[in-house]
Write a protein that binds this ligand. Structure first.
Ligand SMILES: [Zn+2]
Length: 160
């Protein structure tokens, strides 16, 4: 211990900081003490940092619990994904159905709505036959309305 090489601390600094000089390299090649120090220094610095890290690391129980919670929420997300996609598909189909009915039968619907206007009610049955909505359109509207309510209810229930 008393015969410690004066360059040893320089060698350790060079290893940890990577700041080697030509003279230091030449010295390590000829000095057994510094060669050993250079070999051990990286491991020593890693070992010195280890204690610091154990204090930073959270409690294993907390880590395990966090992993479990994340696993569960991921599983729930994965399980609910097909339902969400199905719901989106259902909404698109219903929206397309409404759009189709409203564009193709807009004239008939307009006449049908006008049928309930006060003017028509006063006029009575005059021309009522020509403005009556066809049964197929009425059925389509009822089916779309019930499908809309069904999907909406499913969404509300699924969110709970
Ligand atoms: Zn030395």
């Amino acid at each position: 211990m008393t015969t410690e090489c004066p360059f040893e601390s320089n060698v350790i600094d060079a290893v940890t900081a990577g700041s080697w000089t030509e003279s230091l390299r030449a010295h390590v090649a000829s000095c057994a003490d510094c060669a050993a120090a250079a070999e051990v220094a990286p491991w020593l610095t890693r070992f010195a940092g280890m204690d610091e890290r154990t204090h930073v690391l959270p409690d294993p129980a907390v880590l395990w619990l966090k992993a479990k919670v994340l696993q569960t929420s991921a599983a729930v997300e994965r399980a609910s994904l097909p339902i969400t996609r199905l719901q989106i598909a259902a909404y698109l189909i219903i929206a397309a159905g409404w759009a189709a009915v409203l564009t193709w039968k807009s004239a008939a619907l307009q006449a049908w709505i006008n049928h309930f206007s006060p003017g028509h009610l006063i006029l009575g049955a005059t021309g009522a036959e020509t403005t009556s909505l066809s049964l197929s359109v009425l059925v389509a509207i009822i089916a779309l309305a019930s499908a809309s309510v069904g999907v909406a209810m499913h969404t509300i229930l699924a969110e709970e």
